[in-house]
Design a protein around this ligand. Sequence first.
Ligand code: SAM
Length: 351
Amino acid sequence: MEKALQNLIERLERERSLSEAEYARLIADRRPEAASLLAEKAVAARNRIYGSAVFIRGLIEISNFCKNDCLYCGIRRSNRDCVRYRLTEEEIAACAREGYALGFRTFVLQGGEDGYYTDERLCSIVARLKREHPDCAVTLSMGERERDSYQRLFDAGADRYLLRHETADREHYSRLHPPEMSFDHRMACLRDLREIGYQVGCGFMVGSPYQTPETLAKDLKFIERFKPDMCGIGPFVPHHGTPFKDMPAGTAELTCYLLSIIRLIHPPVLLPATTALGTVDPAGREKGISAGANVVMPNLSPVAVRKQYELYDNKLCTGEESAQCRDCLDARVRSVGCTLVIARGDIKQEL
Ligand code: SAM
């Protein structure tokens, strides 16, 4: 491997920081040997903190109604072909009960920005899940809301919030979103969530249209500064009903490379091997874990609605029962020397 690249990787491991130009270079000049070295160091950093444990989160996709029009997303409001649904409190509680019996100790409620889920309704759902499963964490991923609303949901018992920043480059953000959506507001939401006391997740798509090594370098600098508790990165996958339908998908190769870099920047971070990674490569999730990921998020949504939560084409696991998804992931995780554990899986600080 080129000596300069090896030096960058060794310095990243030691200092957990590179300049923006160095990150861009590490990405633009990447080679398979650099990926192997990064993965080896990332797995060692993960194992130092978490051992061989991989955490599972039960994903409940509560609504595909969305007021937003993100150019990449299959549930954007302009997609008239999307058949919309939303789950009732009763249905969500039933998904969680099934998940609990299968060993899930974190429930992630995700949805489009759907005005039906007022603070009152969402707080009631969160409080119920916490009442019925006091040993579980509730994670929300319901998009941008007012600070007040985040506070109420936290007071109702929500533990964590996932809000991908999508890109840390303002100009890039404006090419992925319609003009009414604001980069500053998204970043302000992340700061509010952190200040309120949530465990917070940011993240971005890999290979999104107009992304460059330079915009990715900004994402990495943002992660360095923000030190998220979780970081969701997965390849962009085009959806046939969006303006980006003919754009190429992101690759598993670059996603895994970035997973390793992010693990080295912030070793305690909880990093999922995403469903999108498994969609672009049948062995994507195993490769993600071998690159330093330590979370998987199987689907707990009712099978009847799974196909309708179609963010991108060919999404995996839309036909399987929750138990099948859990068992399949269990085998995949074991095949790369890790173990799925029954635990909330909170972030661990380094000793
Ligand atoms: N509405 C909430 C929000 O904005 O955070 C949560 C739901 S949103 C659909 C969840 C994530 O899906 C987004 O943050 C985005 O990164 C990802 N996503 C959307 N469309 C995608 C696509 N075509 N390929 C890969 N990921 C996609």
